[in-house]
Ligand binder design. Structure first.
Ligand SMILES: Nc1ncnc2c1ncn2[C@@H]1O[C@H](COP(=O)(O)OP(=O)(O)O)[C@@H](O)[C@H]1O
Ligand SMILES: [Mg+2]
Length: 242
C-alpha cells in the first residue's frame, strides 16, 4: 500500500468560486471547487479550453481572490490576506512555470534562473544555479542566451528558475502548451522525477489527456466544476510495485 492519503495537505480549497461580470452576464469561471493537494504528489488539472483551469491556478497561486469559498495554503488561510501577506505565502511556498516561458532575452540562462533570488534579496550562489541547471538536464548552458536554446530547453530553464528558491509546491499552467510531444513528455517526466526524488508537490494544467495521465492524480474540470477525480499512471505504477 502506498501512503499517499496520510501525507499532510498542503493546499486545500472548499467551495471555491470565481465569478466574473461581463456586462449584465455572470461568467462562472470557477463554480464551487473542493480540492486537496497533498505534499509530494503530482496532480494534473485537465479540462477543455474555458473549463476554468487558469482561473483555478491563479487562485491557488494567490494571484487572484475567490468570489466565494476558502483556500488554505501551507496551513494558512489566504482569504482576506493583504497584498504583502499574500506575497509572503507565495514566496515561501510556491514556484511557477508558465506556458510562454517568460525568460528575459538579454539575460543568460544562469541569470534568468537567479532572478527570483535577486527579487527576494537572497544571496546568489552560482554553484547552486549550476546544480539546479544540471537537475533539469542543462549542464553547460549557464552562459547561453535564451534565443540559443530550443523551446523545450527554454521551458527547462523556466523550471530551474521556479526551483531556485526551493518552493514546496510547483504550479505550472499549460507548461507544455508551446512544446511538441517529445518536449512536452520531457517536462512531465522532469516533474515526476522531482516529485519522486525530491518530494516536491506539483500541480500542472494541460488539455492534453496523454500527458495529464502521467501524474499521480488527475482532476478534470468542466464548466468551472470538478467532474472527475482519478488516479494517474504514476500512482497506479507505484501501487503495482508495492
Ligand atoms: N478576466 C476574465 N473576465 C471574464 N471572463 C473570464 C476572465 N478570465 C476567464 N474568463 C472566463 O472564464 C472561463 C474559464 O476560463 P479559464 O480559466 O481561462 O479556462 P481554461 O484555462 O481552462 O481555458 C472562460 O469562460 C473564460 O472566458
Ligand atoms: Mg488556461
Amino acid at each position: 500500500m502506498s501512503d499517499e492519503n496520510n501525507r499532510p495537505v498542503v493546499i486545500s480549497a472548499r467551495g471555491l468560486k470565481r465569478h466574473y461580470r461581463r456586462g449584465s452576464e455572470t461568467v462562472k469561471a470557477l463554480d464551487g471547487v473542493d480540492l486537496d493537494i497533498r505534499e509530494g504528489e503530482m496532480v494534473s488539472v485537465l479540462g477543455p479550453s474555458g473549463s476554468g483551469k487558469t482561473t483555478l491556478i491563479n487562485l491557488l497561486s494567490c494571484l487572484d481572490a475567490p468570489t466565494e469559498g476558502t483556500l488554505t495554503i501551507a496551513g494558512k488561510s489566504v482569504a482576506g490576506l493583504g497584498e504583502d501577506e499574500l506575497v509572503d505565502v507565495r514566496r515561501g511556498t510556491l514556484g511557477f512555470v508558465f506556458q510562454k516561458f517568460h525568460l528575459l532575452p538579454t539575460l543568460t540562462v544562469a541569470e534568468n534562473v537567479e532572478l527570483p533570488l535577486v527579487f527576494l534579496r537572497r544571496p546568489v550562489d552560482r554553484a547552486a544555479t549550476t546544480a539546479v541547471l544540471a537537475r533539469v538536464g542543462l549542464e553547460g548552458r549557464s552562459g547561453h542566451l535564451p534565443r540559443e536554446l530550443s523551446g523545450g530547453q527554454m521551458q527547462r530553464v523556466a523550471v530551474a528558475r521556479a526551483l531556485i528558491a526551493k518552493p514546496k509546491v510547483l504550479i505550472a499552467d499549460e507548461p507544455t502548451g508551446n512544446l511538441d510531444k517529445a518536449n512536452g513528455e520531457q517536462i512531465f517526466d522532469l516533474f515526476r522525477s522531482l516529485v519522486r526524488d525530491e518530494g516536491l508537490t506539483v500541480i500542472v494544467t494541460t488539455h492534453n489527456l496523454q500527458l495529464g495521465y502521467l501524474s499521480d492524480r488527475v482532476v478534470t474540470l468542466e464548466d468551472g466544476r470538478v467532474v472527475k477525480e482519478e488516479k494517474g499512471q504514476a500512482l497506479a505504477a507505484a501501487g503495482a510495485a508495492h
